[in-house]
Each structure stands twice: as structure tokens, then as C-alpha cells.
Design a protein around this ligand. Structure first.
Ligand code: DX5
Ligand code: ZN
Length: 219
């Protein structure tokens, strides 16, 4: 198993929305590698967050990678808006539509990185035939829609994903999202993850603690 550097992607779902720009700036300074942006449509998941205009508004607050996790369906009509807003990685769910391969091709055609995400119940084998075009695999360890949920232990799935990645010639991030804390972070890294999304565990205890929280999750 190749030992990648562990990257931390704070989820701004747990930030103070009334000061979103400052919060993005603060997690950037605190050592975030990616800024994880959870877009929810109230249809694919039972919650609503924000769309491309909000992402555009916070884009000047950080030069870090904007990692946009789309929990929306359909995906394709909005890809261009998210690219224009400043997304660097756009991740779509396997379950979001009938034409995953086309969606990923459409994302790549816009010149950004393409990620694919799987809900907890979705078998890892569903992404076998898109491995050659993805830049990131996002394994959900909660059912998407809300921050602060309990981690679902899917270590076999993470290990299988890592083995699938190792057979590819290009780099693919293996990202885990949902219920990441100091304990589950360690377990996910041991199973082969190299990018950890964390909302609650980063944004707890006020901005003076963000750097310490990020360092602790990185391990
Ligand atoms: C859930 C989101 C996650 C969430 C993680 O649908 O995709 O990114 O914000 O939050 P925590 O770390 O609190 O589980
Ligand atoms: Zn997410």
C-alpha cells in the first residue's frame, strides 16, 4: 500500500453560516488542505444547504482546493455553474443518476477534477468501470444529509477501494466523509484512506482550536 500524506478537508457544513467567508479563511490558516463544501438539494438528500452563488462568494477567502461534494440530482445541468463558481474538484454520487460515466466525463470536460461518492449501502463494485476517469473516491460513512452523525464502520469497503486504486496508473484520492473523529480517523487511515472530511471534529470549541483540531485528526 502506498503511504500517501494525510489530507484534511474540513466540511463547512459545521461552520457559522453567518460568517462563512471568515470561517473559510480561518480553516485555511488553521491548516486545512481542502475546503469541503457540501451542496444539498432537499431532494437527493433530506436537507438544503447552498449552491454555486455562495461558493463564488467564499472563493476569495481561500486559495486552497475547493472540494465540492454534490448531494444533488440531477447533477449535469449544474456542473458548469459550480466550475464557474471556483470548484477544483466536483464529486457526484453514484446514486444521483442513471449515467454516472457521462456525468464524470462532463465534469472532466470542464477542466476540473472528478470525484465519485458512494452512500453507505452502495457496493464499491459500482465504480469499477469508472476507475480510469476518477480523481477521487468518496466513501460516505454516514447517510448523507447532516453533520454530527455516528460513523458507520465500512472498513472492508475502504480497503477494497484502496486495492482498486493501487491497480490504476494515475493518482486517486480516497476520501472518507461522515463521523470522523480522532478514533475513526486513525481507523480509516489504517484501512487506506488519504483524505479525511471532518465537520464537527474541526469546528468544535471555537476558531482558536481549529488548528489543534486539524492536527489531531491528521494524527
Ligand atoms: C454529510 C456531509 C459531511 C458532513 C460531515 O452529508 O457530506 O461532509 O458535513 O460532518 P461530520 O464530520 O460532523 O460527520
Ligand atoms: Zn461531504
Amino acid at each position: 500500500m502506498s503511504q500517501n500524506k494525510i489530507l484534511i478537508a474540513p466540511s463547512i457544513l459545521s461552520a457559522d453560516f453567518s460568517r462563512l467567508g471568515e470561517e473559510v479563511c480561518d480553516i485555511d490558516k488553521a491548516g486545512a488542505d481542502y475546503i469541503h463544501i457540501d451542496v444539498m438539494d432537499g431532494h437527493f438528500v433530506p436537507n438544503l444547504t447552498f449552491g454555486a452563488p455562495v461558493i463564488k462568494a467564499i472563493r476569495p477567502s481561500s486559495n486552497k482546493i475547493f472540494d465540492v461534494h454534490l448531494m444533488i440530482s440531477p447533477v449535469d445541468p449544474l456542473i458548469e455553474d459550480f466550475v464557474d463558481a471556483g470548484a477544483d474538484i466536483i464529486t457526484a454520487h453514484v446514486e444521483a443518476g442513471a449515467h454516472l460515466h457521462r456525468t464524470l466525463q462532463n465534469i472532466k470536460a470542464q477542466g476540473v477534477k472528478a470525484g465519485v461518492s458512494l452512500n453507505p449501502a452502495t457496493p464499491i463494485e459500482t465504480i469499477k468501470h469508472v476507475m480510469n476517469i476518477v480523481d477521487l473516491i468518496l466513501i460516505m460513512t454516514v447517510n448523507p444529509g447532516f453533520g454530527g452523525q455516528n460513523f458507520i464502520p465500512l472498513f472492508d469497503k475502504i480497503k477494497t477501494a484502496r486495492a482498486m486504486i493501487e491497480k490504476q496508473e494515475h493518482h486517486i484520492d480516497l476520501q472518507i466523509d461522515g463521523g470522523i473523529n480522532l478514533k475513526t480517523a486513525k481507523q480509516c487511515i489504517a484501512a487506506g484512506a488519504n483524505v479525511l472530511v471532518a465537520g464537527t471534529a474541526v469546528f468544535k470549541d471555537g476558531k482558536d482550536k481549529y488548528a489543534q483540531n486539524i492536527r489531531a485528526i491528521r494524527g
